[in-house]
Design a protein around this ligand. Structure first.
Ligand SMILES: Nc1ncnc2c1ncn2[C@@H]1O[C@H](COP(=O)(O)OP(=O)(O)OP(=O)(O)O)[C@@H](O)[C@H]1O
Length: 248
């Protein structure tokens, strides 16, 4: 399975003229931000007598700076598993994951976690926020371990402003709409200026208008060289990507 732009559906997403004014972090390099080489993912079968189940087999992918790549495919085809492997959250059964030339699959779990903090912004399906905290406190969470909440406060407020949810800064997640929660979660994923943003089905639970706003946001993120790897069922989101892979 390789990126297959030729087999892509006719684009249905019309890029808009406006660009959101997100805080920038220029990236001069043209090395792939992410490289997957021969990645195979197997899970143990529920039946203890049966062998492992292969979800993804010998998968390869390069994602260059400033490129938005989409992992498409039916439910259960392995999109979330591949995103987690790419983010170093789970290890592949075999194969390698490179972040700008470094094979993270050779590192310890602790070393991967440390590297991930500044390199990958990961947004779960649904963009889960911590319920006891305000939107702004949620955005600042990635800065807590390194005690950078004070220095990153201006960036956090800028991100909320750019994403159109500054007025909701003091609100708890339960008071936000699904689209607002998604944007706050996106601001949180962008706080540490990641080289690559990985997002799992960001439009799955949104109405068309909110979904299109999120698609615009993801496109805006790429304009400073940040890469985006996104999984999707949504044909509008799939069409908005620069390249795509259809998982079987
Ligand atoms: N930890 C696990 N242990 C065993 N099987 C798993 C595990 N995680 C996922 N699976 C199985 O692997 C397959 C792929 O799951 P995955 O979540 O990666 O697919 P997906 O394409 O993201 O699906 P969806 O579009 O429904 O989110 C599914 O059959 C799932 O049940």
């Amino acid at each position: 399975m390789t990126p297959d732009a030729a087999a892509a559906p006719e684009p249905r997403y019309r890029r808009r003229d406006h660009r959101l004014d997100l805080p920038r972090n220029p990236r001069p390099t043209s090395d792939p931000t992410l490289r997957l080489v021969d990645v195979t993912i197997e899970y143990p079968s529920a039946d203890s007598d049966a062998g492992p189940i292969t979800i993804v087999s010998n998968f390869g992918l390069d994602v260059l700076p400033g490129v938005m790549h989409c992992l498409a495919g039916r439910s259960g085809s392995g999109k979330t598993s591949l995103l987690k492997v790419a983010a170093g959250l789970i290890r592949p059964t075999s194969g390698d994951v490179f972040w700008r030339g470094d094979a993270i699959t050779k590192l310890s779990d602790d070393a991967i976690s440390t590297r991930r903090r500044g390199y990958v912004g990961y947004l779960d399906q649904g963009g889960v926020l911590v319920s006891g905290l305000s939107a702004l406190e949620n955005v600042l969470l990635p800065a807590v371990p390194t005690k950078q909440t004070k220095s990153l406060l201006p960036r956090a407020t800028d991100l909320l402003e750019s994403l159109g949810v500054a007025s909701r800064s003091g609100s708890r997640p339960e008071k936000l709409s699904g689209g607002e929660r998604q944007r706050v979660a996106l601001a949180r994923a962008l706080l540490l200026s990641p080289a690559i943003l990985m997002v799992d089905e960001p439009t799955a639970s949104l109405d068309r208008r909110s979904a299109d706003t999120v698609i615009d946001l993801l496109r805006s993120v790429t304009s400073d060289g940040t890469s985006v790897l996104v999984s999707a069922h949504d044909p509008h989101l799939i069409a908005a990507a620069d390249s795509r892979t259809e998982l079987a």
